[in-house]
Design a protein around this ligand. Sequence first.
Ligand SMILES: Cc1cc2nc3c(=O)[nH]c(=O)nc-3n(C[C@H](O)[C@H](O)[C@H](O)COP(=O)(O)O)c2cc1C
Length: 365
Amino acid sequence: MKEAPLKLFSPLALGDLDLPNRLVMAPLTRVRSGRDGVPGALVAEHYAQRASLGLIVSEGVYPSHAGQAFPGQPGLVSAAQVAGWKQVTGAVHAAGGRIFAQVMHGGRVSHEDTTGGHEVVAPSAIAIQGETRTYTGKQPYPVPRALETAELPGILAEFVAAARTAIEAGFDGVELHGANGYLLHEFLAPTSNQRHDSYGGTPANRARFVGEVARAVVAEIGAGRVGIRISPEHNIQDALETDPADAAATYGALVDELAPLGMAYLSILHHAPQGELVQDLRSRFGGPVLLNTGFASVTSRAEALALVEKGHADAVVVGRPAIANPDLARRWAEDLHLNEPDAATFYGDGPRGYTDYPFWDAGLN
Ligand SMILES: Cc1cc2nc3c(=O)[nH]c(=O)nc-3n(C[C@H](O)[C@H](O)[C@H](O)COP(=O)(O)O)c2cc1C
């Protein structure tokens, strides 16, 4: 008897795109774009190798110099950066793939020694405990300057400009990075947002800026080319959301703002994706929802199959297995042996651990 085809490997319409399978390469910061933040031929090769995944989401890309979080991170600001990304998107498309840019403003997850002297800004003047890597070595996180209410339209405009630039650079769309403790998430989380204006305080107020950014970016490039990533209760980089009722109210308010926009997708990182919070957000969003269970355990084939097969997700976001297996779509479809990711080379220079993971070879594996 012929086995029923697995849904994970079946097509999915996502905004303006038709994906051949439901595996989405997670946004993965790899810091291989040099001091000028220009992605080169190596970055193009890395992404093109992974073109058989349904969709690639790029590493977090900064929309302004103040928004740069890491040394070696690529940007979407200078003409040289746009030219670099044209090479990358061209290579991915030539290999038959699709790629979104993850637009990421680092907010307080940064340092002036990384941003080239640009002031580190955030919703409130509260520093992260601990140290960050900069061009001058490890440094304590600085106390960010709290953004004035009148400055917020300028930050919103940076996201809009980056989205427009991403399209010019050949991306198929953008993903707004509202997760993992960076600027947009800093507005959502009560520990990093202690503002007294209409962007702080209540759950609806904390969700307001993220909703406004999404609406403006959708107006600029079209809903079918815009996704957003959130990570409720992830409790990372001091963006703590430890009160379940508050988290449900905040993300509920946000998703209710997003739902009428008709965006390409909502991507959620949460340790219990089948749980009430995530599934409630999913039904309120109404459109395609992509899921990922976070850093604690590496996404497995069985977990990805179950999430889609049981109807908890429309597609699965896969990080470390996609780092280690350029042909992950084939390996998981055929249940082949996998290369193991090497965490020592996640961040660093050059091709090692980046473009040298082998494709499946029946003779070798
Ligand atoms: C090296 C590395 C870099 C990452 N960079 C980003 C990033 O730029 N943006 C983002 O939203 N998440 C980032 N993440 C989180 C991943 O997208 C993903 O959620 C995480 O790896 C868990 O999924 P996995 O178990 O499939 O690896 C990163 C994770 C790793 C391991």
